[in-house]
Design a protein around this ligand. Sequence first.
Ligand code: NDP
Length: 445
Amino acid sequence: MNPYTSAIIEQVIKKNPEQKEFHQAVQEVFESAEPVIEMHPEFKKSKLLERIAEPERQIIFRVTWQDDKGNIQVNRGFRVEFNSAIGPYKGGLRFHPTVNLGIVKFLGFEQIFKNSLTGLPIGGGKGGSDFDPKGKSESEIMRFCQSFMTELYRHIGMNTDVPAGDIGVGSREIGYLFGQYKRIRNRFEGVLTGKGPEYGGSRMRTEATGYGLVYFLQEMLKALSKSLKGLNVTISGSGNVAIYAAEKVQQFGGNVIAMSDSGGYINDPGGIHLDTIKKIKEVKRGRIEEYIQHHPNAAFSEDWLGIWRLKADIALPCATQNEIDEASARILSDNGILAVAEGANMPTTPEAIDVFLNKKVLFGPGKAANAGGVATSALEMAQNSIRMQWTMEEVDARLKTIMSDIFRQCQQAAEQYGVAGDLVSGANIAGFLKVGRAMLAQGLV
Ligand code: NDP
């Protein structure tokens, strides 16, 4: 590694102790950006790495709410407005007990480059809370969302910062958050994306991340002159991203053989019945284990990470960060996996990525492969601004074009900077260049 890059990474670690996911994300991007830094001395001169690793603004706030028994509960809320060089801050809200500042910063940092790759005018941000939605009643969820927005509203706006969903935040939560924003501000505006189609949401936003992931995967497979038809696919998670990735894989003739949640995974070699998964997860908000009551030929295992020991042609990690480690990557490649595409953010550890790249497994990084969700969110912002709603077909056509453009950008950047075929570096370089140039053009701000 060149001394400038390693010094800055060291400085980031020292300045932000214990934020290990953030360190991991910064390290990956900065290492990939080395050829860019060497070719563009103006970046080093203007301290671009130092500036880009420092969020423009970090907001941490108290969220108090009352549970159904009348007890007072206290959670912590976050919004990190990381970078607005190319547009208003844009990125989801995550509600999960593991949320802390380091997690929000890693997600916000990744978001800067992902949003840049979409080709749309959106900056990077992320937020959330350590609130655990599991086991909460409908009215507890609503009260929490209302309390969360009662602070968040002062920091966001349709031209400033436009949050969306992520783990634990789906259309139900976005609805409650939007309702509270509107009540406080008395403004009906596109301040959140992922809204219902009845009140300004874009058609296909729900499906967009999963569908986009599979469009990206198709571009990767074209490099091997293959299609998804007849291939066995394992998908971790059974939330928003996983379900719609599975749906698109099945539409293209692939066979989804396994899915999971944090309680375990199910294996149905004949093909997962997605209607059953949707009923369990979207309607009942139940556990994936219930699947075997409906399909007794399927097997359930409590070890949710054991899903990576199954033999398959394609793996789509769509649950959470660092779910494929080096050992799992070795098993996957020994089992002859053709391609891995990340639906989740940073689900593969750096050591596992090295295994895939060394073994010539096609690898699609999340920054590029899961950008379909935020791209469709940007399309929702555009529709809100012109007070129009596009059809499903229009949005789908735009999503397909965006995903293949992203793939091409990653491929070309990798070739141009001497790392042909490495989509991880390609995505980081292409995303970084655009943001870097915009920051320089705007002077010392
Ligand atoms: P959901 O909350 O809808 O689903 C998350 C799924 O992952 C659930 O099945 C959950 O199981 C499972 N899971 C397993 N282990 C964990 C864990 N340790 N922490 C959290 N979840 C776990 O989230 P999404 O599908 O929206 O998001 C999944 C991933 O995709 C995340 O990394 C997110 O950042 C990324 N992403 C999401 C986008 C979107 O548009 N929603 C856009 C781009 C990226 P259980 O229910 O048991 O917790």
